[in-house]
Design a protein around this ligand. Structure first.
Ligand code: CMP
Length: 143
């Protein structure tokens, strides 16, 4: 079954949007397979956004992602990569439709609340980066 990587960015966490965002994916019918509430350091954020390292906004993007805790998740379901991107909306909130997460909750491309993998192959890479222990590990019983 297809999986995607979804991250609620620091602004989404600080604004109290965790429940709203998880609810939208749940109500659509996708299954939450992994979840971490964590801080990331600069080298890790640079690795996640390595493809954007030549962009002029790269260092401010990394500053933003390390500015507070994020919620890193793996969601599973039919066509979850493409449908997840539809639920999230266009990268630039000025272009994202009302009814999408960014369309409803963001106005600035530099504070766009959430990240979602853009393709099945990037989802695979991002899940491996953020969940190197595998996504069944979190379900283990704590003793
Ligand atoms: P995301 O979906 O996480 O993928 C790359 C991120 O780069 C994007 O969301 C935005 O947060 C950020 N980004 C893309 N374009 C710009 C831009 N022009 N200025 C600032 N940030 C940008």
């Amino acid at each position: 079954m297809e999986q995607t990587f979804i991250m609620i960015k620091p602004d989404g966490v600080q604004r109290g949007l965790i429940g709203e965002i998880i609810g939208r994916f749940e109500k659509k019918g996708f299954t939450l397979k992994g979840l971490k509430f964590i801080n990331v350091d600069r080298p890790f954020a640079e690795k996640h956004y390595a493809d954007l390292s030549a962009k002029p906004f790269f260092s401010s993007l990394v500053d933003y992602i390390i500015s507070g805790p994020v919620v890193a998740m793996v969601w599973e379901g039919k066509n979850v990569v493409a449908t997840g991107r539809k639920i999230i909306g266009a990268t630039n909130p000025a272009q994202s439709e009302p009814g999408t997460i960014r369309g409803d909750f963001a106005i600035d491309i530099g504070r766009n609340v959430i990240h979602g993998s853009d393709a099945v192959e990037s989802a695979r890479k991002e899940i491996a980066l953020w969940f190197p222990e595998g996504i069944t590990e979190w379900q283990k019983t704590v003793h």
